[in-house]
Design a binder for this molecule. Structure first.
Ligand code: DGY
Length: 372
């Protein structure tokens, strides 16, 4: 058996003293709104300092259960569907120190309210960037190449009556070609995921990149030049009008919330090219669903790839967008790879432990004050 170095012995001793002092003090109540699975739950279950309460069912946590169980809690780990608002903070009482969300988005967190209550917020940036960028590209391809229509044709037994023909089920090509040498991707919102999407689209033959970002941020030509040099495409920050007019693929990657509500509306959609596709892997509220359904029905644009729809998950088969053959609609799967969800769950658990003071710092704390 290894006896360990003096410094590791000292650190073990410090940890044991820390645990012992917690054992003498009352346990910290922590509520978890969804079981995080066998790889991640032990991070919380094995902590002697914690009294863990976990929503027992494999479906979204019911609000009355959460409001009842959060009373006296020091921490809570929530999903996108659990609102962190005045009601929750009042139900928890002054003991609540931290709310950790297993998501990069935080529209479900009332920032002014948590800032006032002094509750720290953990979230999960970075770990999901690649997965969401991958799915964004998948939707861009599906929407341009009639993926939705083609899959349902085969599934409904229609292939025998669809024979290969010169232009049957053709769609616009994402890659540049002699017939369309300039291919432009436009990003509404140009953060980490948008840039990772650009990195993936360039090898496909995208030649130009336009982006529109937070109107309050100042123009930064050096940033544009750096992105252009990094990816080998022309890059320009433009206004929404130009973004709509020039993009062959228009990707929505802006945060949700009041500031971006229905930014993609009838006016924007009418300016887009008839051969353009719209992809939304951010938040459903950024796009006006009725206007988009009309744009697809009346051929203002070619197609749409949507991972998010306003009002989800209540998006049923009779939803105007689901009924559109040129819309490929997925049930919010952007981050749904096994590796990414493990990363998100682990980070959410670590943020919680850090916010409770049981680990050193929160690895990804939201700067609530600057955003409130
Ligand atoms: C997030 O994390 O905000 C995504 O929308 C869910 O993966």
């Amino acid at each position: 058996m290894s006896t360990g170095s003096p410094s590791s012995l000292a650190s073990t001793k410090r940890r044991l003293t820390h645990v012992a002092s917690h054992l003498r003090t009352p346990k910290l109540k922590v509520v978890v709104c969804r079981d995080l699975g066998p790889n991640v739950m032990p991070l919380l279950r094995d902590r002697p300092e914690i009294d863990l309460v976990v929503w027992p069912e494999d479906k979204p946590c019911e609000r009355p259960w959460l409001l009842e169980n959060i009373r006296g809690a020091a921490g809570v780990l929530v999903m996108l569907s659990d609102k962190v608002n005045q009601e929750l903070i009042d139900a928890a009482g002054p003991s609540l120190k931290v709310a950790s969300t297993m998501s990069v988005g935080y529209e479900h967190v009332d920032l002014p309210v948590v800032a006032k209550a002094g509750v720290r917020i953990g979230y999960t940036p970075d770990v999901l960037t690649d997965a969401v960028a991958d799915l964004t590209v998948m939707l861009a391809l599906m929407a341009s190449r009639n993926g939705g229509e083609a899959v349902s044709l085969v599934q409904s037994g229609g292939w025998p009556s669809f024979s290969w023909s010169p232009f049957g089920l053709c769609g616009p090509q994402i890659s540049a070609s002699p017939f369309s040498p300039k291919r432009t991707v436009g990003f509404l919102g140009f953060g980490r995921i948008a840039q990772a999407t650009l990195a993936r689209l360039v090898p496909f033959g995208i030649t130009h990149c336009l982006f529109t970002s937070n109107p309050s941020s100042t123009a930064d030509p050096a940033f544009e030049a750096a992105i252009a040099a990094k990816y080998g495409v022309q890059v320009r920050r433009v206004g929404l009008d130009e973004l709509a007019r020039e993009s062959d693929v228009l990707v929505v990657l802006a945060p949700g919330g009041a500031r971006t509500h229905h930014v993609v509306n009838e006016e924007v959609l009418r300016k887009m090219k008839k051969t353009a596709v719209l992809v939304n892997t951010a938040r459903g509220t950024v796009v006006d669903s009725d206007a988009l359904a009309r744009a697809l029905r009346e051929g203002w644009i070619w197609g749409a790839g949507l991972d998010v729809v306003e009002g989800e998950p209540n998006v049923t088969a009779d939803h105007p967008l689901v009924k559109e053959p040129r819309a490929v609609v997925l049930p919010h799967l952007g981050s749904a790879t096994i590796e990414t969800r493990l990363g998100m769950a682990t980070l959410a658990a670590k943020n919680l432990l850090g916010g409770l003071g049981l680990e050193e710092g929160m690895p990804a704390e939201l700067d609530v004050k600057s955003r409130a």
